[in-house]
Design a binder for this molecule. Structure first.
Ligand SMILES: [Zn+2]
Length: 702
């Protein structure tokens, strides 16, 4: 790797943060340079610091350590991502032989210089104890590759030269901080320290020196690896490699089954579900078809820091069976073995370490699948992506390590201690999760006003939402409205023609590949047509039936295999209409098609209860949407209604408001709230219809 330090760029950072100390601006600049390099740090890994003399509120000068906040991404860090700590009192902790984790955390927090700054990095103590002004720390791949060899420490010494020290592994926190400063105190001329099984620290009195030393040492290791691996290929391909199958369908089935089998029940009895991320690069596929594939899965994390994201062991699926029952059985057995091994090892750790850890769920986070690549799990979508990024990276590094010699796993005890270290677990802490967190919702007709309202409420309740529509323009519009409000992380859009069964089936496979499956299905796509029966063109009638009735049928039918493979129940909430109970003249096609859809939904409620899938209906009336996304139905129906009643658009809305008992304007968000109510399973209800109409006596369900 090359130094990207550029004086002009550096000055820009200093100018941008001119209200802050110059060195803090430079600290931000070189931290971002490190963070932009995936071979150095991944997702909040690595950390940096600088020590600056500053005046306190009394005008007294003292040293402040600015160290990266815990879990913050170096690549995008801002000055606010660093936490200032009073250096002297934190340094005094050096004199203690040891300190409990909770007390260490307490000491760091009470010596923050700003109340609102983030929690300091778990490696803050080492940054405080070591004297150099600038300290850069990464988990560089090339350093880990050399360190993972049987003679790793000697190899690193030989490759990095006399100004770099190599220390044995120490658990992060006080033990590492003590080991680091004691060693440095005796060897103050050192430019870098490597900690085996962890990563590298480089030092400098200015930002550029510390950064360029990182680049220089990592480059030495990279050059050595390049020389050693040139022309070498790792592993022996399996003779019994499974034949190439339909990739999209295999991934969808695997994702649904893995996700379903790993879901676990919470104390409330409801399922906690995972999001899924799929990676299918050629390197991963090659790595999944070797005699050594299983070893790649069982040889553990590259650095203990990764354990909270990927767990130490991965699961290997040697063949994606084409038969659903066989595949499900295989996944069940693999998971059973995995969980038993995890629980046994956990119990042994607790017993020998005399610790009172609370066990997390025993599911793997990473699956390597023969011929397909990686499937990873996360309780949030971001967690699934992080696990996938780390997983992809781990395969690459292990292949390199095996190519120069033999990859030696990190001692399991260290990894367990890190996985369950309270300060690591804190990185995964989320405030009380919203009711639909982890669930995937699909809303057809997502390009319309009601689709928007439903998607909006589902997102607010924590679900990931896929909006689908046949009309790309309106779908893009709704996507951008939703993304503006909720961010893009949990929203997907996909084109789909609900009148064609194959289109719906393909859409559901695609969704499973992107997110893992489907938990909440909202058949909402619909069209209207105004004509008296006498004037109703049979082709028009058929068209409306096709979308509103056949479309609802196709959507429900195609979801059943997905629900079946997942085995975790689910919710179908059909957007029906007030017209089913209270039809209107000239609205025959719409009312008849909605009545048909209503009936098929009730039949589905009867048939799907055995899968734990509830089917309920909402009956909205007079939802107009807003100027940004108006209701397509009312754009069609409105003008004629206005003409016949002599009203303007505002007058028409007012007419419908006055028509209902509660005198309210019904909004798309009201419909969305009803969908969230059914989906959150607060009542044991299926086959029910909930009117969302302000109260229309003629449309009372019966
Ligand atoms: Zn580290």
């Amino acid at each position: 790797m090359k130094s990207l330090f550029n004086e002009k760029e550096a000055k820009k950072f200093v100018a941008q943060y001119r209200n802050l100390p110059v060195d803090l601006g430079l600290r931000v600049y070189t931290s971002r340079l490190l963070g932009g390099e995936v071979s150095l740090v991944l997702h909040g890994g690595g950390n940096t610091s600088v020590k600056i003399k500053m005046k306190n509120i009394f005008g007294e000068e003292r040293d402040v350590l600015f160290v990266k906040g815990s879990g913050i991404d170096l690549g995008r860090i801002e000055p606010s991502g660093f936490v200032g700590l009073e250096l002297e009192p934190v340094r005094q902790l050096k004199s203690l032989p040891s300190i409990a984790d909770a007390e260490m955390e307490n000491q760091l927090l009470i010596h923050k210089t700003a109340y609102a700054s983030p929690d300091p990095s778990v490696e803050a103590l080492l940054h405080a104890f070591l004297p150099p002004r600038f300290i850069d720390h990464t988990h560089a791949d090339s350093i880990l590759v050399l360190g993972s060899q049987a003679n790793g420490a000697d190899l690193l010494r030989e490759v990095l030269g006399p100004k770099a020290s190599v220390l044995p592994y120490s658990p992060p926190g006080m033990p590492l901080a003590q080991a680091g400063w004691k060693h440095y105190g005796q060897n103050p001329e050192r430019e870098a320290i490597v900690v085996m099984g962890h990563g590298i620290f480089t030092f400098g009195e200015d930002a550029r020196t510390a950064y360029e030393r990182m680049v220089s040492y990592v480059s030495k290791a990279e050059a050595f690896i390049n020389r050693k691996t040139r022309g070498k290929k790792f592993g022996s391909p399996r003779a019994d490699a499974p034949p190439l199958q339909d990739k999209v369908s295999s991934i969808a089935r695997l994702a649904q089954m893995i996700r379903g089998t790993c879901a676990f029940r919470e104390e409330t009895g409801k399922f906690r579900r995972f999001f899924v991320e799929v990676r299918s690069t050629s390197e991963l596929i090659e790595a999944s078809l070797l005699l050594e594939s299983k070893t790649l899965c069982s040889s553990g994390v590259l650095t203990p820091d990764h354990a909270i994201r990927t767990k130490n062991q991965w699961a290997y699926i040697d063949r994606a069976e084409e038969d659903d029952a066989l595949l499900k059985e295989k996944i069940k057995n693999i998971l059973q073995d995995y969980r038993q091994a995890y629980d046994r090892a956990f119990a042994a750790q607790v017993q020998t370490g005399h610790v009172d850890w609370k066990k997390l769920d025993s599911n793997p986070r990473v699956f390597l699948i023969a011929g397909l690549g990686l499937i990873t799990l996360g309780l949030t979508r971001q967690a699934a992506r992080i696990a996938a990024d780390i997983g992809e990276h781990t395969v690459h590094v292990k292949i390199l390590a095996h190519s120069i010699g033999n990859y030696e796993p990190i001692l399991e005890d260290h990894v367990w201690a890190m996985e369950y270290w309270s300060l690591q677990q804190k990185k995964l802490d989320h405030p009380l999760p919203p009711p639909l967190q982890g669930q995937v919702a699909v809303v057809t007709g997502g390009g319309g006003a009601i689709g928007l309202g439903i998607a909006d409420r589902l997102l607010k309740a924590g679900a990931a939402v896929v909006i689908s529509d046949i009309d790309k323009k309106t779908l893009d519009k709704v996507f951008s409205v939703l993304a503006g409000k909720h961010g893009e992380d949990r929203i997907e859009k996909i084109l789909c023609d609900v009148t064609r069964y194959e289109s719906v089936e393909k859409t559901f496979m695609e969704i499973s590949g992107r997110l893992g499956g489907i938990d909440i299905l909202v058949p909402n796509a619909g069209v209207a047509h105004v004509a008296k029966v006498e004037d109703l063109d049979p082709d028009k009638f058929r068209q409306v039936i096709n979308v509103n009735l056949i479309g609802t049928f196709n959507t429900i039918k195609a979801s059943i295999p997905v629900f079946r493979r997942q085995g975790t129940g689910g919710n179908i909430v059909v957007v029906s209409s007030k017209n089913v109970f209270d039809p209107g003249a000239s609205f025959g096609a719409y009312s008849a098609s909605k009545a048909g859809a209503h009936q098929i939904s009730k039949i589905a409620a009867l048939e799907l209860a055995e899968l734990g899938v509830r089917v309920n209906l909402v009956n909205p009336d007079a939802v107009f949407g807003d100027d940004e996304v108006p209701s397509k139905l009312w754009e069609l129906v409105g003008p004629e209604r206005m003409k016949s009643r002599g009203l303007d658009p505002e007058g028409l809305k007012e007419y419908y408001r006055q028509r209902n008992l509660l005198k309210v304007r019904v909004t798309a968000e009201h419909v969305g709230n009803a969908v969230v109510f059914f989906a959150s399973e607060e009542t044991p209800t299926t086959g029910a219809t909930l009117p969302i109409d302000g109260g229309i006596p003629a449309a009372f369900p019966r």
